[in-house]
Write a protein of this length. Sequence first.
Length: 581
Amino acid sequence: MANQNTFKEALSTLPKTPTGIIGLDEITMGGLPTGRPTLICGSAGCGKTLFSLEFIVRGALQFDEPGVFIAFEEKANELATNVASLGFDLNQLQQEKKIKIDYIHVDKSEIEETGEYDLEGLFIRLGYAIDSIGAKRVVLDTIENLFAGLSNQAILRAELRRLFQFLKEKGVTAIITGERGESSLTRQGLEEYVSDCVILLDHRIINQISTRRLRIVKYRGSVHGTNEYPFLIDREGISVLPVTSLYLDKEVSHEIVTSGIDSLDAMMSKGGFYKGSSILVSGTAGTGKTSVASTFVDEACKQGDSCLYFAFEESPNQIIRNMRSIGMDLKTHVDKGSLKFHASRPTLYGLEMHLVAIHKAIQKFKPQVVVLDPITNLITVGTVSDVKSMLVRLIDFLQEEQITVMFTALTLNTVVNEQTDEGVSSLVDAWLLIKDIESNGERNRGLYIMKSRGMHHSNQVREFVITNEGIDLIDVYLGPEGILTGSAREAQKLLEETGQVLHTHAVGRKDRELLRKKKVLEAKIDSLKTEYESTEEELNKVYIEEEIKKEVMQQTREKVTEIRRGHKTPEKNTTGPKKNK
């Protein structure tokens, strides 16, 4: 990829020493310039000493490079006490000769402008410390104590060059810390010009919120990030977070993850969300956004994924208790280690600090699913544009890690929140909107899929119902006056069921009436048929009698005719043959 090629080119053109500080090596494309001095400057309390001390400790522990720390303000035991809370045991490292801490006291009253001022004594002491442990890294904290009594710019510049040249000749990668001046990066205004790399640390207060930022002012011979980067100081040291990815060349997944709500998955053609996508669930207060996010997390944990839940409004115990009321036990996932909560008020940090903390927690826990609930609370510590900028950086990071993230956002009838909602919705891959539907004196909920990149989805509203057994989406009823939900939907269903019963009864009554009429007609038909058969039989009888009469009359007529013609019909012999007389 292009940014990786740039990173490799930067490494090949200039040798670099990795700092071991999370995020800094990425911004500097590999670390600080090897064998050259780097200036760390900033105002009091910005983290210069801790920054340079961590550079020494990480070098000894992670890269097997011994280091020397020359302090002009704090003694070795004070430094050891100050960084013990970070898990750094300086005394142990000194005993193992992995680092050497030397305190040099400089008395300003003893420094005079004689024209013969030089740092030869420092060079001897520093050289001995380097040679005694074979140091590869050196820190001078802070340089102002060396030149506090000098006002001759020519002498100051000459001695600075001698100091930097001495460090280069020793072949060590050095960090020199300096306090920020009123109109320049340092009080003397010369250190930044003779340094090969200059890093500016800033600690500012905006709207009563503390924010730390880092900027690489210059880096000779190397490309580097030029933006301001937030950094965090916590129990594990310093963490620096890049602002955002410069290239939109991340890998994408075709794998589908379920929302945990079957009826919601059915509304999307792929049956869920793409893995590594970003999902926004927005709605007014009380619509069930946290319930949706918790259902998503619960199903992911059941599928064997690990989940990280950032809560900005409710405590973990409160969320776990509330979710039990809808049949969900998140405590089991917490006990198994598959679910972890991070709960804090947005006002705990500035936006950048929240981003760094989220970034660091994700890198440590390595989850497959992340939830931020709700992101609109972050407006209390930043503007709308700041929140959007933060979420862009977070989404870039999560997409690169192929982590699926779900945001919840509170929607109000105010311009600010509407702008936030719309600004965030343009960044995410899928957007679910839960709206109140008020009618007949009651408030119900409706869910819409506003967008789902890469797949077809339903454009219809579903009634969003939260029951003792979880979340369900129900098809809404369309009545004469529009969408019906809640009791109106139940009333409409009852009305339709009643109408169906009445219709069935009416149809049955008509069927019985038709059956009776059919039987009457069939009886009439049988009667007519019997009458017809009787009439037919009577007619047949008359016809037969007439035929017989005709036959008898014909025979009689024939006999009469024969008699008239003289033909006598012989008599029948009834006594047998006659005898001759």
